[in-house]
Design a protein around this ligand. Structure first.
Ligand SMILES: CC(C)(COP(=O)(O)OP(=O)(O)OC[C@H]1O[C@@H](n2cnc3c(N)ncnc32)[C@H](O)[C@@H]1OP(=O)(O)O)[C@@H](O)C(=O)NCCC(=O)NCCS
Length: 328
């Protein structure tokens, strides 16, 4: 019997309308467009305004996906919401999105793995689909990073933006879909990128709020160093494992954290710039959404069977690469 793999058969995105430009940021903290473009490579990022949450963005993307793939909500049998900014701790954002999108026959849960959430979730879905029991899976990936970013901290606030994506994943026995993975998690990285309060270790108190501990904090230089070496190592390893040359590879689809990180990873893989998907300038780091946002924007250029390597690095530390053959 041929092997069952998970294939992406539909993809939609939701981008908030509001654009937070470097010019506007420079009225909030001591920064400027030139510094941000040179050190990070971001021009603007989308911000979800008003009384809306991650589930609203995900539900909007999910509804578009159901329509564009002619899928009834009743056909969805499993849902994963990859996010670091759930609407609340309980219930899961996956449950809330199911309700908002009219999905009644599925079960599912949230998956939190910082900036690696999407690739961790895609491999998780792959394993469910491989079992043969799941036929139409909804993979949601998105974050309202503006809800955990400190807009008085110039070390973090230029980096992040809000967005959500929704993907339909179905089984295939063709030679496409998720081919292989190389994923890692190492909590020794916790001191360098974290959000300290609001969990069981440091529940919310006046003190945690006064000390701004409900915002994401990082040691940017350390994160930068590990991001470059770990992402490049797993991406190169994936090329070697499958004897993929730079000529064979259609694209590297990297997590969009910093243009300098992306460029360094592409160089280590021996890729020309046109084989690296980059849209960080328009959206910043949308955490769980960066990789599917790239896939969405490049989908018309991709052909069935195109070889892609997805690579990410994030808090945890978590990192990894996935080898994917495009199925559409
Ligand atoms: C955050 C990051 C852009 C900082 O860039 P960097 O080149 O390492 O800059 P440094 O932290 O060394 O700071 C250099 C100087 O710029 C200043 N600076 C920091 N942020 C600034 C900003 N937004 N505008 C202007 N100056 C800034 C610093 O205060 C420092 O000044 P000093 O030399 O007078 O002390 C970079 O380290 C990075 O991208 N790290 C990875 C972060 C990441 O991707 N995290 C998400 C998870 S994957």
């Amino acid at each position: 019997m041929s092997k069952i793999r998970a294939a992406i058969t539909g993809i939609e995105v939701f981008l908030p309308e509001y654009r937070l430009t470097n010019r506007e940021l420079s009225t909030m903290v001591d920064t400027n467009d030139e510094w941000i473009m040179q050190r990070i490579g971001i021009k603007e990022r989308r911000i979800l305004k008003g009384d809306l949450a991650t589930s609203d963005m995900m539900a909007a993307a999910a509804k578009k996906l159901l329509e564009s793939t002619h899928t009834s909500p009743d056909e969805i049998d499993f849902v994963i919401a990859a996010t670091n900014t759930p609407d609340m701790w309980l219930p899961s954002t996956a449950c809330i999105v199911c309700d908002k999108a009219g999905i009644r026959n599925a079960w599912g849960f949230d998956l939190l793995a910082a900036c690696s959430s999407f690739i961790f979730a895609l491999e998780t879905v792959n394993k469910f689909v491989e079992s043969g029991q799941y036929k139409k899976v909804l993979l949601l990936a998105g974050d309202k990073m503006s809800s955990i970013v400190d807009y008085t901290d110039r070390n973090t606030c230029p980096l992040f933006g809000d967005a959500a994506t929704a993907l339909l994943i179905e089984p295939t026995t063709e030679d496409v879909g998720v081919m292989d993975h190389n994923l890692h998690a190492d909590g020794a990285g916790a001191p360098y990128l974290n959000l300290k309060a609001g969990g069981s270790k440091l529940p919310a108190s006046y003190e945690t709020v006064n000390n701004r501990l409900h915002y994401v904090q990082q040691d940017g230089k350390t994160v930068f160093k590990y991001a470059v070496s770990n992402m490049a190592d797993v991406a190169v390893e994936m090329m070697e494992r499958h004897s993929i040359t730079p000529d064979d590879l259609a694209y590297l689809v990297p997590h969009q954290a910093n243009l300098r990180i992306i460029d360094a990873v592409g160089r280590r893989m021996g890729l020309p710039p046109e084989k690296v998907m980059i849209n960080i300038e328009k959206y910043g780091n949308t955490t769980s959404a960066t990789i599917p946002l790239c896939l969405y924007e490049w989908k018309d250029k991709l052909k069935k069977g195109d070889k892609l390597i997805l690579a990410a690095f994030g808090g945890g530390f978590t990192w990894g690469s996935l080898y994917l053959k495009w199925a559409l």
